[in-house]
Design a protein. Structure first.
Lengths: 362, 289
């Protein structure tokens, strides 16, 4: 068990391309941290640098308080689960899990005890004698996790472990991973491009983009108070709507005659933004069919282009002024049809205003 | 319905034609490749008198005999050739596999400056024919005092086998996912443990394919022993059979054929047992990327 600290970590490839541009991150003991971002954002590179599989070009990595920059992977006391499982194909499940312990010269009965224990946690006891090729994707992923658990390392590293599984199994394994973490409590760093995985698993989510950290925080914090346009657009599905806007007289002016009143509590916060080019951000779930009687609501008349009934809700796609691909979530019982105007209401308590030039949330 | 039947019919016709063409070409290939050994077998079973008799069908044996096999197996020189071939081949295979596996592991996995160029260079050396190499190699082997010695052959045969075997193994190692070595590194393996406990077992089909290749090449080598070996006690089968059973313009055809067939037996046995591995090993690099 240990904390992990990154200090000004840089990864520069030949030719001067920087994959990771000096990031700082403190991960507490027992914490489950998820690095999330689009492909090429540097999240996997960061994880591989922590594992020691990539050399770092600058900065310091500390595991359990000691700098491990030049420590080879085997001496970092970490375990890693890979996207394609990376099970040894010629070894049985038992041997796959025991390999790391055998190399470290653990006594036979201790190895057996640990493997049996991990197999019980992961519910793979009947599979111990099988070869990896006789396992399903989900079972392989469990074995890969078992291989990590038996070592009882300071840190678990997961590199997109669920990406090769089908959608249903992914949700199931996600819960498994969370359960395992609640049982063994090992500090965990988990990389994914799937914001749902990030939100559901993490104690804290680290959103990365273009080699820098955009924002770090608990899932709810990122969802309700994103710091940048990137985070606001990345977290949440369907994504937040962004509409060009200006602030005048305590109202948000979108386009034409669409004026939305700003709630009392936020007026001081937005006072400095008067007259600047802004983006009005609102999530589809905060742009719904009319619900009367709630405070701080503002009506917007839109014409749906596409209606997507999802069962528990209906997604309405439309464009509003210059903003294309806007989306709203309405009750499935409300009638909506393409081309028929419908009055939506925006929950202004959950609005965001962003500086159009810098992308910072005000 | 009609359309579907037509499509179905034409598919079946297409498949039938493909099969006919395949079988015809395969039969032609089998006949072309099997005729010489069959003729050798037939000749080896004939008496000397029957061989020199020009009457009758040469493809038929009227009075089969094993006399030539008896003669050649009773000839101590032939057994010496056999022993020399086995010794040289086994040693060559061992030397080749040790060098190839180590070289291929380094070239495929340990990225270092010039590793790509080196890998290409290894392959290029394979393109130089032995008929060209034996002249400079004669100087080298002579300089080492190993002319007319099976040890000289053990030294030079790897020049034929190592490049190709290294190339096969590079392809095979390259097809092993990178995550496997990373997992092993994190599990605590050193480079040598990774090679011994992960790479060699996983790449076993490739290693067997390379072993068979090395075995075949050194068993069948002709140019180098012809150039470097002069006395019968050091000769391998390939040149031994030819040089001792041909006296001037007298050919002991029966014994030559029997000897050649016996000499061809070990590779046949090896292939028969390891055929599947051989094919899997040669195609692995191609299909797994």
């Amino acid at each position: 068990m240990a904390q992990v600290t990154l200090r000004k970590i840089v990864k520069e490839y030949e030719g001067g391309v920087q994959a990771v541009k000096g990031i700082d991150l403190d991960i507490a003991d027992h914490e489950f941290v998820v690095l999330v971002g689009p492909s090429g954002c540097g999240k996997s590179t960061t994880l591989r640098m922590i594992a020691g599989l990539e050399e770092i070009s600058g900065g310091d990595i500390m595991i359990g308080g000691s700098v491990v920059n030049d420590v080879p992977p085997r001496d970092r006391d970490i375990a890693m689960v890979f996207q394609n499982y990376a099970l040894y194909p010629h070894m049985s499940v038992f041997d796959n899990m025991a390999f790391g312990l055998m190399l470290r010269k653990f006594p036979k009965d201790e190895i057996k005890r640990r493997v049996d224990n991990a197999a019980r946690i992961l519910d793979i006891v009947p599979l111990l004698e099988r070869k990896p090729k006789a396992l399903s994707g989900g079972q392989r992923q469990r074995v890969a996790m078992g291989r990590a658990i038996v070592r009882a390392p300071k840190v678990f590293l997961f590199d997109e472990p669920l990406s090769n599984l089908d959608a249903k199994l992914r949700v199931q394994m996600r819960t498994e991973i969370k359960k395992v973490h609640q049982t063994v409590r090992t500090t965990t760093i988990y990389v994914t491009h799937d914001q749902v995985e990030a939100m559901t698993l993490a104690d804290r989510v680290v959103v990365m983009n273009h080699g820098i950290i955009e924002q770090v925080g608990p899932p709810q914090e990122l969802y309700h108070n994103p710091a940048t346009r990137f985070v606001a657009g990345f977290i949440g599905s369907p994504a937040m709507n962004f509409l060009p806007a200006r602030v005048e007289n305590d109202r948000v002016h979108l386009h034409g005659d669409a004026w939305l009143p700003i709630p009392e509590a936020r007026r001081a916060r937005y006072a400095s933004a008067v007259g600047r080019d802004l983006l009005f951000g609102i999530r589809p779930e905060h742009l719904t069919d009319q619900r009367l009687g709630l405070p701080n609501r503002a009506d917007i008349l839109i014409t749906p282009e596409v209606i997507e009934p999802m069962g528990m809700e209906t997604l309405v796609h439309f464009h509003l002024g210059e903003a294309r691909d806007c989306c709203a979530r309405i009750e499935p019982t409300v009638h909506a049809a393409p081309g028929e105007p419908i009055l939506l209401t925006a929950d202004m308590n959950n609005m965001h205003l962003l500086d159009a030039a810098t992308g910072r949330v005000l | 319905m009609n359309l579907a039947a037509n499509i179905h019919g034409s598919l079946r016709a297409e498949r039938r034609w493909a099969l006919i063409i395949a079988y015809v070409s395969l039969c032609a290939a089998v006949v072309i490749f099997l005729l010489p050994p069959v003729y050798m077998l037939i000749t080896s079973l004939k008496t000397n008198a029957e061989m020199s008799n020009l009457q009758g069908n040469p493809w038929l044996v009227r009075s089969p005999t094993l006399e030539h096999y008896g003669t050649i197996l009773g000839n101590p020189l032939f057994l010496t050739f056999f022993w020399n071939s086995i010794k040289v081949t086994v040693l060559t295979v061992i030397v080749t596999m040790v060098i190839s596996v180590l070289a291929a592991f380094a070239l495929a996995r340990m990225r270092f400056w010039g590793s790509q160029a080196l890998a290409t260079g290894v392959f290029l050396t394979y393109l130089v024919p032995d008929t060209l190499l034996f002249i400079p190699l004669y100087q080298i082997v002579g300089g080492l005092g190993l002319l007319n010695s099976t040890w000289g052959l053990v030294l030079v045969y790897p020049t034929l086998t190592v490049p190709f075997c290294t190339w096969i193994m590079i392809g095979y190692f390259a097809s092993i996912p990178k995550e496997l070595d990373e997992a092993a590194l994190i599990d605590g393996a050193t480079w040598s443990q990774m090679l011994l406990k992960i790479f060699i077992p996983v790449a076993l089909p490739g290693i067997i394919a390379a072993t068979i290749f090395a075995f075949t090449v050194s068993w069948a080598a002709f140019v180098y022993p012809t150039a470097f070996i002069t006395t019968p006690d050091q000769m391998p089968l390939t040149i031994g059979v030819v040089s001792t059973l041909v006296r001037g313009d007298t050919f002991a055809w029966g014994q030559i054929m029997a000897g050649a067939l016996l000499a061809a037996l070990p590779p046949v046995v090896v292939y028969a047992f390891l055929m599947d591995y051989y094919i899997a090993g040669l195609t692995a690099g191609a299909t797994k990327g």
